[in-house]
Design a protein around this ligand. Structure first.
Ligand SMILES: Cc1cc2nc3c(=O)[nH]c(=O)nc-3n(C[C@H](O)[C@H](O)[C@H](O)COP(=O)(O)OP(=O)(O)OC[C@H]3O[C@@H](n4cnc5c(N)ncnc54)[C@H](O)[C@@H]3O)c2cc1C
Ligand code: SF4
Length: 334
């Protein structure tokens, strides 16, 4: 076991000061369901761990606002997933949490930690002797040309094709959510769609967050689109599994014509993936099996298959189409 120091914070500003003082090798810990997991595998070996579970003000959430929904970064996934207004008015957001991990994990895990969970690529988690540019920059990528059944068909690079595994971020991207973060220079706001980086040549750098920034809260603009939305998740088993393909979709129809559509993909891309080309296909026409399928095909037009993950292109296309039909039913389309 690697020794590490542990400190528990009670305010966001103390936390940011402690992060800056700790320097590289300092990690925040919330529910611990990602960080401790990786520490047990010796993938993460922090020299100090800063516990943020005492930041009570960040554990609150409020879904009643007329302008926006606000979620503290330390709110637990299980509490937010069960929120009555979210379930009714924004089913895609609630379902993305309900369908993630297991009840025990959701009871521990936080919304901020969920956004920043790391990849489940087995080569990354397997440690030595597997080459992995994300874990050991410059060492290569064992998944490219290897066992890539679970890997990305969108957003990959020559350096990494690992899938971003989370569900919540995918639903947030569909709803144009933002995160407020605190760093030494004060607060700034980042669109969730811009929080995660594509791997490019540096897959070890996963987000645009600076190492000494703390996520304070997530804000989702209130929208009537929420009601006719869903998070559709396809996986190897019905529960307690990561997505092979998922889609967060929302539609607004008027006189049977789609006036607005949101489509975001999970389980198939290296980052939460907004599929604007699919949205364009839908807007201005009726929502039918044919247009839903066409939107799914547009979402995967640029997909690149590897050795064993080509099935994700058809699976993802169908997942988008099915999600749109579910959302359409919620919008009153028969
Ligand atoms: C077996 C298993 C199955 C799972 N299945 C799914 C699934 O199907 N879908 C899914 O979406 N997830 C799944 N997960 C992932 C799980 O949801 C995440 O581990 C969890 O949400 C992380 O939250 P946490 O609070 O425990 O994070 P922690 O482990 O405490 O932290 C995770 C990372 O976020 C950083 N961090 C935490 N809070 C903040 C903050 N406020 N500001 C800045 N950085 C912060 C930490 O430094 C750390 O790097 C699964 C996990 C396991 C172990
Ligand atoms: S896909 Fe990414 S995380 Fe997986 S082995 Fe390749 S570089 Fe590592």
């Amino acid at each position: 076991m690697h020794a590490f120091t542990y400190a528990r914070m009670s305010t966001p500003s103390d936390t940011v000061r402690a992060l800056a003082a700790g320097g590289p090798g300092t990690r925040l810990i919330a529910g611990g369901t990602t960080l401790y997991d990786l520490m047990k595998l010796n993938i993460e070996t922090p020299k100090s761990v800063i516990d943020v579970t005492g930041l009570a003000e960040l554990a609150q959430f409020d879904t009643s606002g007329e302008r926006e929904l606000v979620f503290g970064a330390l709110a637990h996934m299980s509490d937010v997933a069960a929120d009555a207004r979210l379930v009714q008015e924004y089913p895609a957001l609630a379902e993305s949490l309900q369908k993630a991990a297991s009840q025990q994990l959701r009871n521990m895990a936080t919304l901020g930690g969920n956004l920043l969970q790391r990849t489940r690529c087995a080569y990354f988690r397997g440690g030595e002797p597997f080459a992995c540019n994300k874990r050991a920059p410059g060492s290569g990528c064992s998944a490219i040309g290897g066992l890539d059944r679970g890997h990305a068909v969108l957003g990959g690079s020559d350096a990494c094709i690992a899938v971003y595994p989370g569900d919540w971020a995918v639903a947030l991207v569909a709803f144009d959510a933002e995160v407020d973060v605190l760093g030494p220079a004060g607060e700034r706001t980042i669109k969730v769609d811009e929080l995660h980086r594509a791997p490019g040549a540096t897959p070890d750098i996963e987000t645009v967050l600076a190492p000494n920034e703390l996520i304070l809260r997530i804000r989702v603009p209130a929208t009537p689109l929420g009601r006719a939305s869903t998070y559709h998740k396809i996986r190897d088993r019905e529960s307690y599994a990561f997505a092979l393909a998922s889609a967060a979709v929302a539609v607004r129809l008027d006189d049977g014509i789609v006036r607005e559509a949101r489509v975001a993909l999970g389980g198939v891309a290296t980052r939460p993936w907004r599929a604007r080309s699919a949205e364009t296909v839908l807007v201005g026409g009726p929502l039918t099996e044919e247009t839903a399928r066409a939107a799914g095909a547009a979402a995967f037009a640029d997909a690149v298959a590897g050795r064993y993950n080509g099935y994700k292109i058809e699976l993802g296309t169908r997942t988008v189409a099915d999600a749109l039909l579910i959302a359409g039913e919620r919008a009153g389309v028969r």
